[in-house]
Write a protein that binds this ligand. Structure first.
Ligand SMILES: Cc1cc2nc3c(=O)[nH]c(=O)nc-3n(C[C@H](O)[C@H](O)[C@H](O)COP(=O)(O)O)c2cc1C
Length: 201
């Protein structure tokens, strides 16, 4: 399977970074366990280092489903098109997804037009399309997870991912503190295993 991970955290060695490393380990191990020729293809995009302009609401995508802005979203949109599995990973910033994550999502308006205006949703592919949402917030307030979940859900449905699992962790603030969380790394490892498990289709 082709697995694409979108990292919306700017912190290298931060909590989302560590969770994504765990997810990558699980995906690679599951691919190796599947035997020769069954390996998964893992690609990670660090959104903070990419050139992703905010959506200009120019209406350019409404007739063709193509975005008129030529930046790193070109390769991201191709990845979303090719994906069997998508992992969206973001810290909670101001009770929602980080700006890096949200900018990428807003630019998926072109997929929204393709699906809902032009009535050509992305095809299911060989394995169906599934998602995993990873969230970390420094506060104990659940609303940060809820708001992020709502936006992420709209993203997943727009790019024709009909189901996704969410793993959200609160009260984890310091860089790398997720490693000391009682269950987080194991929770995400298992969620990533479920993500690429064929029997869950
Ligand atoms: C700009 C900013 C806004 C934040 N807003 C929230 C918030 O609303 N709710 C929350 O739970 N944590 C908030 N946090 C804390 C981060 O979610 C927390 O530090 C998280 O562990 C960062 O993940 P990372 O290490 O992957 O970047 C905020 C942090 C920053 C820098």
């Amino acid at each position: 399977m082709k697995v694409f991970a979108f990292n919306g955290s700017p912190r290298k060695g931060g909590n989302i970074d560590l969770l994504l490393a765990e997810a990558e380990r699980a995906v690679n191990a599951a691919g190796q366990a599947g035997g020769e020729g069954h390996g998964h293809e893992w690609t990670r995009f660090d959104l903070n280092t990419m050139n992703i302009r905010a959506c200009q609401d120019c209406g350019g995508c409404e007739k063709t489903g193509a975005c008129v802005i030529n930046d790193d979203m070109v390769q991201i949109r191709q990845a979303i098109r090719d994906a069997d599995r998508i992992i969206l990973a973001s810290p909670v910033f101001f009770f929602g997804l980080s700006a890096q994550t949200k900018a990428m999502i807003d630019r998926c308006q072109a997929f929204w037009c393709e699906k809902y205006l032009l009535k050509t949703p992305l095809p299911e592919g060989l394995f169906g399309r599934k998602g995993l949402l990873l969230l970390v917030g420094g506060m104990k307030k659940e609303v940060g997870i809820q708001c992020s979940e709502t936006t992420a859900r709209a993203f997943f449905r727009t790019v024709s991912i009909p189901e996704h699992e969410t793993q959200g962790f609160l009260d984890v603030d310091e860089k790398g503190a997720i490693a000391k969380h009682a269950t987080a790394l194991a929770d995400v490892y298992r969620a990533a295993e479920r993500l690429v498990a064929k029997d869950k289709q």
